[in-house]
Write a protein of this length. Structure first.
Length: 214
């Protein structure tokens, strides 16, 4: 799946398949990249990435890489043990001095509830500690012939709907506001329906009844 593939389908849907085109490739390519960014904000779970993240030594508060949208999970220290997620409020109440403890190898991580790109480590990391972290990442800006490898090609119809919506939004005087609304609703409905399926099938229990998991 490339932007060129998507643009060809979009041109067919908006009756712009014969040169000279009404819409330049550069304009439609911008709409493809904009649609991918809209998808990332609506469904960050579709844009997951696992990477080794170098920590800031001695700091209890840590930041995700610049391409991150939000934290999903901190798995382990690279070459070391797993980290257990805990609740910051609970740690603050039971051990108010935890931020002042001598830096070392972290054993716990905590989410920042008001900033999805920050998280906390206990104890603060010593020099040279790396973490294996999963987070949702903003999609890169794709060129026309580049493979959109961040998503499965199964999402191509969703991207097409999103691009057609943007095209129709700038051309409503010719094709009517109803067309833009139809493709916008199709775009959002597909993403919501996919989310509902994830909620039904993708759980930490491995799709088993939680009562059966020990």
């Amino acid at each position: 799946m490339t932007p060129t593939d998507i643009i060809a389908e979009v041109r067919s849907l908006v009756n712009d398949s014969v040169a000279p085109y009404r819409y330049a490739d550069s304009l439609l390519l911008g709409f493809v990249n904009q649609t991918l960014r809209r998808m990332a904000m609506m469904r960050p779970d579709l844009f997951l990435k696992v990477a080794n993240v170098t920590t800031a030594p001695g700091a209890a508060t840590q930041s995700l890489p610049t391409d991150a949208i939000r934290l999903v999970e901190v798995y382990r220290t690279v070459g070391g043990d797993v980290l257990t997620e805990t609740n910051k409020d609970a740690l603050d109440q039971t051990y108010p001095g935890w931020r002042s403890e001598t830096p070392g190898l972290p054993v716990n991580y905590m989410r920042h509830v008001r900033n999805p790109k920050l998280f906390f480590l206990y104890p603060a990391p010593a020099e040279g500690v790396e973490l294996e972290v999963e987070y949702s990442a903003a999609p890169p800006t794709y060129a026309l012939g580049a493979t959109i490898d961040i998503l499965s090609s199964a999402y191509m119809p969703v991207i097409i709907d999103g691009v057609v919506y943007l095209v129709a939004s700038i051309d409503d005087e010719h094709i009517g506001a109803g067309r833009a609304k139809m493709f916008s609703e199709s775009f959002t409905a597909a993403l919501r329906g996919d989310m509902q399926m994830h909620q039904l099938t993708d759980t930490d229990a491995g799709s088993l009844n939680p009562k059966q998991v020990v």
